[in-house]
Design a protein around this ligand. Structure first.
Ligand SMILES: [Zn+2]
Length: 301
C-alpha cells in the first residue's frame, strides 16, 4: 500500500471515531443536557417514544390562559403545532366555570429525545401533559409552580372518578378530542367510564380518541398527530384492535381496567413461563437507537 493511501485511511478512521462514540452514547444524557432548541425548521423526528425534535419552540412560561408548571425541568418545549394547540385548548378552558385556563405539565425537552427521568414518550414535541387541577390563578411564581401539586380525579379504589371530577373536566376533554390535530388522549380508565356514561349517544364520535391507561389521574396526556408534510414523523397505529374498527371503546376492554387489571384472576400455578424478553427502556437508548437525524439535531449549536 502506498504511503498516501495509508495516511488517508488513518485520517478517515480518526475522522469517523467521534461519531462512533456518539452513536454509543446514552441518548437521555445528551438530550437532557441541552438547554435550548435546535436552529432548524420545526420537525418531529421518529416516534413518540423513540425520536427527537428539531426546531422545537418554548411554550411561554405564562400566557393569557395558561402557565407552564415545574419550570426547573425545562420540558416546556414543543413543536409549534403543540404550542398552538395549548393556546386553543387553554382559551376554551378559560371559558369554563372555575377554570382560569390550564396548567401545563411536561411537553418535551428543548430538543426532545429520551429523558433522564419520567416519561417513555414525550420525545418529539407532540405529547402534552395537562393538569387536572383547575387553575385558580395564572400568577404563580416559579417556586409555587415547583411546589403546588395537581389533584387526582380518581377514587381510592381506582374504580371511579372522585369528587374532584367536574363537568368542566369532561367539557375540556371533549373539546381536546374534537380537535383535528389530536391523535389520542390518555386518561385513567374511570374518566373514560364516566365519559361513556354521560356523553349523549348521538355525540360520541370523539370518544374513540379517549384511551384508558394506567396512571393519568393527576393529568391527562394529549398526543398530537404528525404535523402535515412532516416526513420522518412516525404515525402511531391504533393500539386497540377494536378501536380501529370504528368503535368508541365504551365496552369490556374498558371494564378490564377496573376489574381484572386491578385484581388479576387467580390461575393455577403453572410451570414457570419463559421470562418475557425485556422491553427496551428509552432510558437505555444510545444515539444509534434513534433516527440518524437526531445526531444532527443534537450537534447543532
Ligand atoms: Zn404524558
Amino acid at each position: 500500500m502506498k504511503r498516501p493511501v495509508v495516511i488517508g485511511l488513518i485520517a478517515l478512521l480518526l475522522a469517523s471515531a467521534p461519531s462512533v462514540s456518539v452513536a454509543q452514547a446514552k441518548a437521555n444524557q445528551l438530550f437532557g443536557a441541552k438547554s435550548t432548541g435546535s436552529p432548524h425548521k420545526p420537525q418531529a423526528i421518529g416516534s413518540y417514544a423513540k425520536g427527537c425534535g428539531a426546531g422545537l419552540v418554548e411554550l411561554p412560561e405564562t400566557g393569557p390562559t395558561w402557565q407552564a408548571m415545574r419550570l426547573s425541568r425545562n420540558r416546556n418545549w414543543g413543536h409549534p403545532d403543540a404550542i398552538a394547540f395549548i393556546q386553543r385548548l387553554s382559551a376554551f378552558a378559560a371559558g369554563q366555570r372555575g377554570w382560569q385556563g390550564l396548567y401545563i405539565g411536561d411537553i418535551s425537552q428543548p430538543r426532545g429525545g429520551p429523558m433522564l427521568s419520567g416519561h417513555q414518550s414525550h420525545q418529539i414535541g407532540l405529547d402534552i401533559d395537562v393538569w387536572m387541577l383547575p387553575p385558580k390563578s395564572l400568577r404563580l411564581n416559579r417556586s409555587q409552580r415547583e411546589n403546588i401539586s395537581s389533584i387526582s380525579v380518581r377514587s381510592q379504589d381506582q374504580r371511579s372518578v372522585n369528587g374532584n371530577w367536574t363537568p368542566q373536566h369532561a367539557a375540556i376533554l371533549k373539546q381536546a378530542a374534537r380537535d383535528p390535530s389530536v391523535d389520542r388522549l390518555f386518561v385513567t380508565a374511570p374518566v373514560k367510564i364516566e365519559l361513556c356514561k354521560t356523553a349523549r349517544r348521538s355525540d360520541r364520535d370523539w370518544m374513540q380518541k379517549i384511551r384508558p391507561l394506567y396512571g393519568h389521574n393527576y393529568h391527562f396526556h394529549v398526543r398530537l398527530k404528525c404535523p402535515k408534510g412532516n416526513r420522518g414523523c412516525a404515525t402511531q397505529t391504533p393500539s386497540v384492535a377494536e378501536l380501529s374498527k370504528g368503535g368508541n371503546g365504551c365496552d369490556d376492554t374498558l371494564r378490564w381496567w377496573v376489574t381484572d387489571y386491578l385484581n388479576p384472576p387467580k390461575t393455577k400455578p403453572q410451570t414457570p413461563a419463559k421470562p418475557a424478553p425485556q422491553k427496551r427502556n428509552s432510558r437505555n437508548y444510545v444515539m444509534a437507537d434513534l433516527p440518524q437525524a437526531c445526531q444532527t439535531v443534537l450537534a447543532a449549536p
